[in-house]
Ligand binder design. Structure first.
Ligand SMILES: [Zn+2]
Length: 306
């Protein structure tokens, strides 16, 4: 399927070869073409125009602000289409932008992702996940000593044991289980309100294929057995750094046994009810909106595009 999911249209050139040249990265950060995107508490600076945009700062604007942050925390994102080097960094709340004469503020990452362009949502995902990984990996997980950032933020190296650490991405299988004219949707403990149901999903285990993970998660959460599995599409999900792997999975039986530890409800829904829910017209069912891959897994099944 050729669906472009939110967070999956990042058109930056991530500049792999440039990342090995630490001096070059420093020079790029000092150049007049540099674009700098601050985050605060993992939320991006946004320019609040009619169509919101990422609040990229020029070098002059950056220099005018009173940043207390250590510039060694600046992370390289890549080059945009004009070959401008793009960087990001996390700042604290005290930085004031109002005298830059621009309508800038920090906005919730998830809420703003569907308002900014698809390309910028992809950049948001890259920057947010990379900041989050760097802030959580200050110390070596092998020996506990300090680590230093390399390659603009996509590698950290232990200053003691020299072990190299790379950003993690957590694969999650998410699948619409179906049989004939019905599909299975579940409700987790976190989202019990308003008849909200979504596709079953779960983190992949180590040493497990996508197909094995789909079968295991479905069995754990619903007790159902799965026959045919078909991959649909994937979506980066920067909360904090997952990769959603979307599939359709055909059940071979119908009796649901709910995992009460994880799920408050799992049940079959008719295609007619799901169609109403996609149009926000169902009285009993709410499904995720287009920001989430679950929406597209449901929609493609409803319209026989699997
Ligand atoms: Zn170490």
């Amino acid at each position: 399927m050729n669906i472009i999911h939110t967070f999956s249209s990042n058109n930056l050139d991530r500049g792999d070869s440039t990342r090995y040249d630490e001096k070059k990265l420093e020079t790029l950060f000092e150049s007049s073409k540099v674009k700098i995107l601050p985050f605060c508490e993992l939320n991006p600076l946004i320019e609040n125009s009619a169509i919101p945009e990422l609040g990229w700062l020029s070098k002059a604007e950056y220099n005018n602000l009173k940043f207390s942050e250590d510039t060694s925390k600046v992370l390289f994102l890549g080059f945009d289409q004009d070959q401008s080097p793009c960087f990001t960094l996390e700042v604290n709340k005290t930085v004031e932008y109002k005298y830059l004469n621009r309508n800038l503020s920090y906005c919730d990452s998830r809420e703003v992702a569907t308002e900014i362009s698809q390309n910028e949502a992809g950049i948001l995902a890259q920057a947010k996940s990379n900041i989050d990984w760097n802030r959580k990996n200050k110390y070596c997980s092998s020996c506990g000593n300090h680590m230093k950032v390399f390659r603009g933020g996509i590698m950290r190296k232990c200053l003691s044991c020299k072990l190299e650490h790379f950003p993690r991405t957590d694969p999650v299988v998410i699948m619409l289980v179906y049989k004939d004219n019905r599909c299975v949707l579940g409700q987790t403990r976190l989202r019990q309100k308003n008849g909200f149901y979504s596709c079953l999903a779960g983190f992949m285990d180590q040493g497990e294929s996508i197909e094995e993970a789909v079968r295991r998660e479905v069995k754990e959460e619903s007790g159902l057995q799965i026959g045919k599995i078909k991959y649909h599409s994937s979506q980066p999900w920067p909360f904090p750094s997952s990769l959603m792997i979307g599939c359709h999975a055909e059940a071979t039986n119908e009796k649901i046994i709910i995992d009460k530890n994880e799920m408050t409800d799992v049940k079959w829904f008719s295609k007619e009810e799901v169609v109403l829910a996609l149009k926000n017209k169902s009285k009993i069912l709410n499904v995720p909106g287009p920001i989430a891959i679950a929406h597209h897994l449901i929609k493609s099944w409803v319209y026989n595009q699997i």
